[in-house]
Each structure stands twice: as structure tokens, then as C-alpha cells.
Design a protein around this ligand. Structure first.
Ligand SMILES: Cc1cc2nc3c(=O)[nH]c(=O)nc-3n(C[C@H](O)[C@H](O)[C@H](O)COP(=O)(O)OP(=O)(O)OC[C@H]3O[C@@H](n4cnc5c(N)ncnc54)[C@H](O)[C@@H]3O)c2cc1C
Length: 279
């Protein structure tokens, strides 16, 4: 018999997770699709369910001098309107789903779902987001790139709950987000791109590029990024072809119902080129 638990607080939630296997539900906007049943029947869950979205203590955005802490049950719509949420993340969220879905969907659900096309992941990789995983006996703070291991695969243990997402504050000079989908709203990305630069007196201090839906996880490569730091903006632009060659080696998309490999590869390179040209 499948159990359905609605814990009253975080302590109770992680105590349940420590006792038995549960499928955590936040907004349910991924899960209800994954567990959908034949017409007119409710979704079919064959595991115990722990409903986390009512945990008000996990609904917050707190900013200090170095970081922004986002409680894992804060809805995407709340983040969209919060003054302390970085504009880059807002640019991503406004293109995720529709207001109705965003009212319940969470960053935690996007992370734990670990889809190669998960939109928020691209921005979270770019910003070096840290995911806080809490269990009864410990709290782990893990970089997003170590939480997501592959499509639908994460390093989140069965007794752990994502409780917080930490975004270091970067003060980029320029950020960019482009989502290529089949339509303007409610579209899953064919390719997605986030870029950021920090420029000081014409010198590139920091440059970051992250791509979604073109590999099994978000692609971000620190080695390539480091190669193009501490040079002038003009030198960066002069290296355009080399940069595109560098990224081409990392772009390994799949063919699926939304798009094909050739289109995804070319569009990803075009987005990188466009970003660098506009610096
Ligand atoms: C119509 C529609 C449009 C959509 N459009 C987009 C889009 O444009 N871009 C996009 O990226 N996604 C989109 N999605 C997918 C979905 O809305 C997002 O992935 C959303 O962020 C999921 O959040 P959630 O809280 O609803 O997750 P849920 O469905 O509740 O959970 C998803 C997974 O995360 C796990 N989980 C949730 N919270 C936690 C936690 N705190 N700790 C541990 N595990 C947890 C669950 O067990 C489950 O495996 C869309 C979905 C729909 C139905």
C-alpha cells in the first residue's frame, strides 16, 4: 500500500525520508506528467509519496553581501518577482512553462528532475550554484555540476531533501539567456544558452558560457573559459573561430521529437558567436 505523507515541518520530512523510501513531490509539474495514467484516471504512483510544497520554512529568498540563498520550496513565480533574484535567473524563469505552472514549480524540482533540457540548470551552472542537501544526520553543500550526473540521474541520496539553492553574487558586466523552442511559451528547449562576462577597462576578467539540451548534462567548460580570461575584448573577438572550434568538440546533441543533431549543433554555435560579437 502506497503511503502519502504531508509532513508538518522540515524535521518531520527528513525524519520520514530517513525511515523509508519516498518520492518527494514539490510542485508536481514534472512528476504528474511522468506518472500520468490512462485517460480520466489520476496519476499512478507505485512508491510512497512525501509532499514537500507546504513546507513554508523552505520558502524564502535571503541576500547577503556574497550570496543569495533560495529556499527549495519557493515557487518559480515568486522568484520571478523577487527583487533579490539575479536578472539572469529571472530571464530564464519568465520563459519556463506558463504562470499557472510557475506558481507551483520549483528550482529544486528542475534540479532533481535532471533533464538535459531543464532551463534553470543552464543559469545555475553559469552562476556556480550550490545545492544544499539535508538529511537527518548531515547537511551537504554540493556544486550543481556534481549533483547532476546525467539524464534523470543525480547524486541526491534517498534520505536527502534539497533544502536550499545558494547563488554566489558575481556582478557580471553583461549576461545573456537565449532559449530556442518551438513556440514562445510552454515550450521545452531545443537548445538553450546562457553567457556572462565581467569586463574591466576593456579587459575580459571573467567569461562564462553554458549550453543546455546539447549533451547529457548542461555543458560548461572551465578550461576553455580560463583560456580567454585576462585578454582584451578585441583579442577575445579575434579568437572567435578557435572558441567555436573548442565548443564544437563538446556539443554532442541527440535527435528527438523536438529537433535534430545538426540543427542543435549549428544553433548552439550561432548563439555563442552572437554572444561574443555583442560584448
Ligand atoms: C506544461 C509544462 C511546461 C513546462 N515547461 C518547462 C520549461 O519551459 N522549462 C523547464 O525547464 N521545465 C519545464 N517544465 C517542467 C517542470 O515544470 C520543471 O522541471 C519544474 O521546475 C519542476 O518543478 P516541480 O517543483 O514541479 O518538480 P516535481 O514535479 O515536484 O519534482 C520533479 C523531481 O524532483 C524531485 N524533487 C522535487 N523537489 C525535491 C526536493 N526538494 N528534494 C529532492 N528531490 C526533489 C521529485 O522527486 C521529482 O523526481 C514544464 C512542465 C509542464 C507540465
Amino acid at each position: 500500500m502506497v503511503k502519502q505523507i504531508i509532513p508538518k515541518n522540515l524535521k518531520e520530512a527528513i525524519t520520514y525520508l530517513n525511515q523509508e523510501d519516498y518520492q518527494v513531490i514539490a510542485g508536481g509539474t514534472d512528476l504528474m506528467i511522468q506518472k500520468r495514467n490512462t485517460a480520466d484516471l489520476p496519476p499512478l504512483f507505485n512508491t510512497n509519496i512525501l509532499y514537500a510544497f507546504n513546507l513554508d520554512e523552505l520558502k524564502y529568498v535571503i541576500k547577503d553581501e556574497t550570496k543569495i540563498r533560495i529556499g527549495s520550496m519557493t515557487s518559480l513565480e515568486t522568484l520571478l518577482h523577487h527583487p533579490d533574484v539575479p536578472q539572469l535567473l529571472k530571464d530564464v524563469i519568465i520563459e519556463m512553462a506558463s504562470p499557472g505552472i510557475r506558481n507551483v514549480a520549483t528550482l529544486a524540482g528542475n534540479i532533481a528532475n535532471a533533464s538535459p533540457a531543464g532551463d534553470s540548470l543552464v543559469a545555475l551552472y553559469l552562476m556556480d550554484a550550490i545545492v544544499v542537501l539535508s538529511s537527518l544526520n548531515q547537511e551537504r553543500q554540493i556544486p550543481i555540476s556534481k549533483v547532476i550526473l546525467g539524464p534523470r540521474k543525480t547524486s541526491i541520496a534517498k534520505n536527502e531533501l534539497i533544502t536550499e539553492i545558494i547563488l554566489p553574487i558575481h556582478n557580471f558586466s553583461q549576461t545573456s539567456w537565449v532559449k530556442v523552442g518551438g513556440r514562445r511559451a510552454d515550450a521545452i528547449s531545443k537548445v538553450s544558452f546562457a553567457g556572462a562576462v565581467k569586463i574591466n577597462s576593456g579587459t575580459v576578467i571573467d567569461i562564462r558560457i553554458a549550453l543546455g539540451a546539447i549533451f547529457m548534462t548542461v555543458v560548461r567548460n572551465l578550461e576553455i573559459e580560463n583560456r580567454y580570461k585576462n585578454i582584451s575584448v578585441q583579442e577575445l573577438k579575434d579568437n572567435m573561430q578557435q572558441i567555436l572550434n573548442d565548443y564544437q568538440k563538446l556539443i554532442k546533441p541527440i535527435d528527438d521529437q523536438r529537433s535534430n543533431k545538426i540543427y542543435r549543433s549549428q544553433v548552439a554555435l550561432n548563439l555563442i558567436e552572437d554572444f561574443i560579437r555583442k560584448i
